[in-house]
Design a protein around this ligand. Structure first.
Ligand SMILES: NC(=O)C1=CN([C@@H]2O[C@H](COP(=O)(O)OP(=O)(O)OC[C@H]3O[C@@H](n4cnc5c(N)ncnc54)[C@H](OP(=O)(O)O)[C@@H]3O)[C@@H](O)[C@H]2O)C=CC1
Ligand SMILES: CC(C)(CO)C(=O)C(=O)O
Length: 308
């Protein structure tokens, strides 16, 4: 294995942002792409950020068909949407079979089940990220503000030493946090994103628009519903963390547009089932609440997209 080679599976907003930061810092980064993305990246990859702009003139890309004959990788950063995860997991299988560790950056938790089942838990690290990015129509990766943080950790025995993983990921473009409680970190992010994406998806506006229209209570109630599910799974949210989540999703004037709302506004498929549906499915109490209302709203969108 070459522990210093990184494969970034998915060159969308998140994969491009983190991949470009790592490449700009001198890491050996390759993007796993489909043919249309490869063609678009042939003219370069540009990250526009107030704090971490990056330009790659010639990003290295591979398609799935080319992966099998490649030199080994040490790490695969998985940065696709949840509904593409099965396909991506199939594509990276040759790389993982040759020794790479997989670090998924998706929101939610189900990605761990999918990847553990295919590769074994010792091949899969836990991970989550806080950064607001989108890919513009011209391919530019736009950092929409705030910082950029990647949190990772081993959930048990991991085939690559966590020190090596930390060394590989540490670079100037974002903060890396190595956590010994990665499952708790992932649940905390899930609580936050379910509330932020659920509230903004339900009303179709940014956090600032929701608050201005009198909807703070919706976001606050979604934090409470999501936190109750996390607690039922052994991850009670500390009061300070809940206060931060509530403040963020009820901030007057906030321009926060969660990626799920970006997709909704663009008429794209959303991660509703992964971010909200899977959370609801884990709720011990079957009584519906605002999480369910948000999911229904998003299912109507999905149904309209696919022609009813
Ligand atoms: N955007 C954000 O600010 C944040 C997003 N997240 C989470 O990160 C994850 C990724 O989101 P985001 O980056 O926004 O999503 P994007 O839609 O921007 O990017 C997903 C990428 O995955 C690629 N992809 C899908 N299937 C394959 C495949 N089989 N082979 C190769 N590439 C593939 C897509 O390729 P193609 O270009 O060909 O369509 C696309 O470029 C989600 O779970 C999201 O919730 C977390 C924090 C913040
Ligand atoms: C809210 C945010 C930007 C935090 O990282 C996020 O996770 C998303 O938009 O999906």
């Amino acid at each position: 294995m070459s522990p210093d080679r990184i494969l970034v599976a998915g060159a969308g907003a998140i994969g491009s942002f983190f991949g470009a930061q790592l490449a700009a810092a001198g890491r050996n980064v390759t993007f796993l792409v489909r043919p249309a993305r490869r063609a678009a990246l042939a003219s370069g990859l540009s990250v526009d950020s107030a704090v971490a702009s990056a330009e790659l003139a010639h990003p290295c890309t591979l398609t799935a068909a080319e992966l099998g004959s490649e030199q080994p990788f040490g790490l695969v950063l998985v940065a696709c949407k949840a509904f593409d995860l099965d396909a991506v997991a199939r594509e990276i299988e040759p790389v993982v079979r040759r020794g790479a560790v997989v670090l998924p950056l998706l929101n939610g938790m189900r990605q761990l089940d999918v990847l553990d089942e295919r590769f074994g838990a010792d091949a899969v690290a836990g991970g989550t990220c806080f950064v607001s990015v989108r890919r513009d129509d011209d391919g530019t990766i736009r950092h929409l503000g705030g910082g950029a943080r990647l949190t990772f950790g081993a959930r048990g025995p991991l085939r690559l030493p966590v020190d090596d993983l930390e060394a590989l990921l540490t670079c100037p473009g974002f903060t890396v946090h190595r956590s010994s409680e990665i499952a708790a970190e992932m649940w905390a992010k899930w609580v936050f994103i379910a509330a932020a994406a659920g509230a903004t998806g339900l009303v179709g506006g940014s956090i600032g628009e929701l608050v201005a229209a009198g909807g703070s209570w919706i976001a606050a109630q979604l934090v409470a519903e999501s936190a109750a599910i996390a607690a039922a799974h052994g991850f009670p949210q500390p009061e300070e963390a809940l206060a931060v989540a509530r403040k963020t999703v009820t901030e007057p004037g906030s321009e926060l547009v969660p990626s799920l709302l970006q997709d909704l506004r663009a008429g794209q498929r959303t991660e509703a089932e992964h971010v909200l549906g899977d959370l609801i499915a884990r709720r011990p109490d079957p009584s519906p609440g605002l999480l369910d209302a948000a999911l229904v709203r998003l299912r109507v969108h999905e149904s309209a997209r696919s022609g009813g």
